[in-house]
Design a protein. Structure first.
Length: 437
């Protein structure tokens, strides 16, 4: 069955029954124009290392560079525990994605999962558009942040730098999936290297003025668990992003093997990085300073030479720019996938014959990101991005539950026990309810 899923033009089939109905047939007729636009397909070029670096790039982004202060403000020295709890919650949904990406290795993955699970093309389209919108809003917010960092180095108006960041990252996204993900992977290595640098400096070089490592283990009972719980909700948002890997599944070599491994590796490495970084900051810096800082990781280097402090600032700039590139790649693939499945205008499915990237979809994403960054109140919209992600997590897990209960699919894909999507839906719903309180 997996060989059918990985076929050429019929790769986007819904396994919603024994006779795998085509996604496009469930929503729109397959016109001559649609067939012409699908003559050039996306290139399967991503290996496990590249896909893992892509996942780390979108997960370990600018968030952790500012999130440590917020978790410490809630949980104090027990902040690392909140990341463990958040990672446990995310793991259920991550394993659900691992199965679904091998069932349906297509762009606009969430839309495909929802359509297969709920048998609703309109709901699939809404979910796909919500995923794309969350990516574009996130990219716009991060572009503003990147431009703000750059303004300290380049004397230019903020709007000019913002447009420049979007244009350059969009050009890289158009260049080709191998090239753009390779650039993102290199930036991710720099980004991860920055977190390792913080850990090494905090534990081994800076003078410890915070808590000992043993003080970070909380007693089994006490009021402190209220703060840890609140911090876990914040920490959860540092893991949001791994699901974007589902939207490049159509460009992955051997997705049946690569997708589950890359998702698990991304989650495991991100968790270790978050724990080490948070612990190092708590050891090196007084809690009060960490909790009140919007750039908590830089506090580790306060007594460091100027060159070290400037070097870390550059890493922070790179981290934000990487977020723009990866979110734009993701959003353009979602729009392409929706169009290729017959949910959007066929023009969105046009793929460049030389670059084999979705040209029209990427150009549209560039325009929307630039518009959002310049014209709309991004702060309020960005706050809703994580809530959109949680809602999508609930729907994706329920879709997998329905597929399993119906017995859809076969033995040729990665599979998880039914309890996994059940726990994924319940934990995501719980966090969603907490976020709306």
């Amino acid at each position: 069955m997996l060989s059918i899923i990985l076929g050429e033009r019929d790769a986007h089939r819904s396994l919603s029954g024994e006779r795998h109905k085509d996604f496009k047939a469930m929503s729109a007729p397959d016109s001559q124009a649609n067939r012409e636009h699908r003559t050039v397909k996306l290139r399967r070029a991503l290996t496990t290392p590249l896909l893992t670096l892509y996942g780390l790039g979108v997960t370990v982004g600018a968030g952790i560079y500012v999130l440590v202060g917020s978790t410490v403000a809630e949980a104090g020295a027990y902040a690392p525990v909140s990341f463990v709890i958040a990672a446990t919650v995310v793991a259920f949904t991550a394993f659900s994605y691992a199965e679904l990406t091998t069932r349906y290795p297509v762009s606009a993955g969430e839309a495909a999962y929802i359509e297969a699970g709920f048998r609703s093309g309109s709901l699939a389209t809404l979910v796909g558009l919500a995923v794309a919108l969350s990516g574009m809003v996130s990219a716009a917010a991060v572009a503003i942040g990147a431009a703000s960092y750059l303004q300290a180095v380049i004397a230019a108006p903020l709007w000019v730098l913002t447009v420049a960041v979007v244009a350059v990252m969009g050009a890289i996204a158009l260049w080709g999936i191998t090239q753009s993900v390779l650039v993102a992977a290199i930036i991710t290595l720099v980004e991860v290297g920055g977190l390792i640098f913080v850990t090494v400096w905090g534990f081994g070089i800076s003078e410890p003025t915070g808590f000992d490592f043993g003080d970070m283990l909380p007693p089994l009972v006490g009021q402190h668990w209220t703060g840890i719980g609140a911090a876990s909700l914040l920490a959860f948002f540092a893991f949001v992003g791994f699901e974007d890997m589902a939207n490049v599944a159509e460009e992955v070599k051997d997705p049946g093997s690569t997708m589950p491994k890359a998702i698990v590796l991304t989650l495991a490495i991100a968790t270790l990085l978050y724990l080490a970084t948070t612990a190092a900051v708590i050891v090196a810096v007084p809690l009060g300073e960490v909790a009140s800082s919007s750039a908590p990781l830089s506090l580790v280097f306060e007594g460091a030479p100027l060159a070290v402090r400037q070097g870390f600032s550059i890493i922070a700039i790179v981290a934000t720019i990487n977020g723009v590139l990866i979110q734009m790649i993701m959003a353009s693939r979602v729009l392409y996938g929706l169009a290729d499945q017959g949910h959007l205008l066929p023009a969105m499915a046009i793929v460049g014959s030389r670059t084999q990237t979705p040209v029209v979809a990427t150009l549209l994403v560039m325009g929307v990101v630039a518009f959002l960054a310049l014209a709309l109140p991004i702060d309020e919209l960005a706050e809703r991005t994580s809530q959109i992600a949680l809602l999508i997590f609930v729907l994706v897990n329920v879709a997998l539950i329905r597929l399993k209960c119906r017995g859809d699919g076969g033995p040729d894909h990665f599979s998880v026990p039914l309890i996994v999507p059940v726990m994924g839906a319940l934990t995501s719903l719980l966090l969603l309810g907490t976020a709306w309180l």
